[in-house]
Design a protein around this ligand. Sequence first.
Ligand SMILES: [Ca+2]
Ligand SMILES: [Ca+2]
Ligand SMILES: [Ca+2]
Length: 670
Amino acid sequence: MLVRPNSPLTLALTLTLTTACAVDQFQTDDDFGEPPNSETFDPDDGGDWSGSSSTTEEGDAGDGDGDEGPAECDDANKRCEHEFSLPDMSYASVELIGDFAADGWTNGETMSLDGETWRVVTGVPWDTPVEYKFRINGGEGYIPDPNNPNSVDDGFGGLNSVLDATTCEDWDCDPGNIGDFDWRDAVIYFVFVDRFYNGDMSNDGPIGVEAPADWQGGDWAGVMAKIDEGYFDDLGVNCLWLSVPLDNTQASGAGIDGHQYSAYHGYWPQNFDQTEEHFGTLEELQALVELAHAHDIKVLFDYAMNHAHSSAPVYAQNPDWFWPNDNGQGGNCVCGEGCAWDGADGRRCWFTPYLPDFNFTNAAARDFSVGNAMQWIADTGVDGFRLDAVKHIEDQWLLDLRARVSAEVEPLTGEHFYMVGETFTGDQDLINYYVNSSMLDGQFDFPLRMELANKLIMRNGAMSDLAAFMDGNDDYYGAGIMSTFIGNHDIPRIIHLAEDQPVWASEWTDGKDLAWDNISLPDNVAPFERVALGFTLILTTPGAPLIYYGDEVGMAGAGDPDNRRFMQWAGYSAGQDLLLDHVMTLNAIRAEQPALRRGDRTTLSADADTFVYEMSLGSDSVYVAINRADATRTAGGLPGGSYQDLLTGDILAGPSVELGARTSVVLRPE
Ligand SMILES: [Ca+2]
Ligand SMILES: [Ca+2]
Ligand SMILES: [Ca+2]
């Protein structure tokens, strides 16, 4: 059992953690016959992820927001736009306050003076009366709406105005989560702990496999050092995704490429109730979460619930909690061998012969695993999970975890516990299946990543194709908060797709063919400018954008494990400096412009090389224009008038703007 000296949460959790014991007979290399692909598993490797989503709506690019209609979501999440107004009486400032939002009485909506009238447009709950009033001059006075006779006692001797319940044809979907933090405001950074920063040499411990596949020393002390130093604050990141913290096996395992691997990635859990000793102690992990919170940074743990390592005591003691590695036809049930990666087979198959697969149709197995996840929340005060390999587990695991989090964690913290899943596929419907209030808040948007890599980064097809894809993708996941990204640990570093000649022809490549060739960083600036455009896209559109460690400086690397090189902390090239500066600036802009995080996106124009869209929230609009070409292009579709480019400070005039080669602008009307 875990020792919990300073448990940040006093949750009453009933646990069924097994007692640790030595099971040495499983820790031999003999148990690592055939192989994973080094670790997790790109399930569909070589299979159906040649890529394409069959559900892309082929809209008419460039003609605006198309005819998709509003996103589907529960009535409780629907919001209708409503304009509130107040005649001016020489006020200095006016805010709308009320119960239109969970925090609406404290965090009002700033109103703008339009001639003689103060106005603001905001989303009001579906078919629900709204109480509101106006806060004058920062709190000098509070007045009800003089143009609305409908009012009630406010409990303080005054009146609240009441807006009658309304519905609408064109609603928005609001996640409606509890707490002060709105997860649509998150910018996530994936700290691949072993490869990030070595803050404590005393816990280093390579096991003797080739260096790229061995432990390299990164740890929680190193992450804390970087939080302390202000690296994430400066970068503009407010959420960290950390590698799985559970103790992993010390053994090596063979990968599909024939190389031996260590468990540096964290996906081979052995002792579920202990921390990984290469990363640090529970006390350090608690301190890390606490330090992050002091910097207003949220923390997500990676949690891999699909399997245990064959050396895990839980497997030795409860073999019936796992699917047998037997396909019932005289063969094994390793994924892609005796069993298929997809469908029912895909939920019970073993990723490798040494990763026994939990059978979560067994209630005791499920209680153990969900209880373990809950215990990590209780022990650390973590804010959410990144959940691995979602389509390979039984749905009931997700339903159970969400139910327990809602019942036991959120009432104590008063904050929403965010869960984002990984389903590596181009199938939007399969991804969306898990995005609902009973399972996941969102998933990684693989279809968007692939489309933007293909069109914007690799320069295939036309930018109008990307616009059409996004017109159909924007509302696909309803009230879900998807995580948008351009890189992660399972695909080659994005910089190589941005080279003048992309290193691979397919955006879906796993890049394993060059994974041991130590490919180098391009020496010209153009590829970094292209990656910068990718960041412009994900940092000016809705979702919780993910930055994979090192992508902010365009680090080099082919497929796994080459895409997990140790973080480069100094000696940046001109291109790397340019990219880092761009990402920092974009994050600062995103933080200041709610329309970029929570607004609705509308395509204004798109052609072969350019893409222009509007992000609007209430009466507020921000415009983005991108040129992927290696030459100047003119992009149109903007409303006429004067704009400031928030990236450079330059003043530009609509309706058309000239964009230099491989540049973007983020425009606010002047
Ligand atoms: Ca270390
Ligand atoms: Ca270990
Ligand atoms: Ca499974």
